[in-house]
Write a protein that binds this ligand. Structure first.
Ligand SMILES: CC(C)(COP(=O)(O)OP(=O)(O)OC[C@H]1O[C@@H](n2cnc3c(N)ncnc32)[C@H](O)[C@@H]1OP(=O)(O)O)[C@@H](O)C(=O)NCCC(=O)NCCS
Length: 161
């Protein structure tokens, strides 16, 4: 199998600003993640819990990231993104696999996440890794445009329970 052109590793302090800048760029798309511009990059950079954040790097650039908020009563809540130019090349899959492994290693019993119903790429990615749709929050997120968007809730049990 050819070697992957990217690597997955735990986030380090020096990844904070690149990851927050990537977050701001994806927020500009106003499509996949709930955040919309303007993103306060310094504040976002400071907010990453490095212990629960993984990054994808190519050469020395951060091209993706996944973070697990919590634990909340034993479950972790995922957030993730991949740089536009790197999508469709396996980065998202590698990040989700690493987050599942990380969650198991931490003894979490479950991972959960929220995704917009129109985000077909993300929903297919999560399904591919075993996440199931558990529900739908209606008109849940107010967009800058004033529109109210639904959210799909997905979850993956990590143990045998
Ligand atoms: C969703 C996202 C993380 C996917 O990352 P990615 O690196 O492009 O995903 P991968 O290349 O690893 O693809 C993995 C799987 O996802 C699905 N997928 C990815 N892109 C897809 C697309 N455009 N359409 C349909 N399915 C898609 C496929 O099932 C794919 O598996 P396959 O290659 O065996 O068909 C990426 O599109 C992204 O960052 N989007 C913007 C931010 C975002 O939406 N974050 C998630 C918020 S819930």
């Amino acid at each position: 199998m050819p070697e992957r052109p990217f690597a997955i590793r735990p986030a380090r302090d020096e990844d904070r600003v690149p990851l927050a800048s990537l977050f701001a760029a994806v927020a500009e798309e106003r499509d996949g993640i709930a955040a919309e511009p303007p993103v306060d990059v310094v504040r976002r950079a400071a907010a990453f819990e490095l212990d629960a954040t993984l990054v994808a790097t190519a050469r020395d650039d951060v091209v993706g990231g996944i973070w697990i908020d919590g634990p909340f009563f034993g479950f972790g809540e995922l957030g993730m993104l991949v740089a536009r130019g790197w999508r469709g090349r396996g980065v998202g899959s590698a990040l989700v696999e690493a987050a599942i492994e990380w969650g198991r290693g931490c003894g979490l019993h479950k991972l959960s996440l929220s995704v917009f119903p129109h985000n077909r790429a993300a929903i297919a990615l999560y399904r591919k890794h075993g996440f199931e749709v558990e529900g739908r929050r209606r008109r849940h997120i107010r967009r800058a445009s004033g529109e109210l968007w639904d959210l799909i809730e997905m979850g993956l049990l990590l143990g045998d329970e």
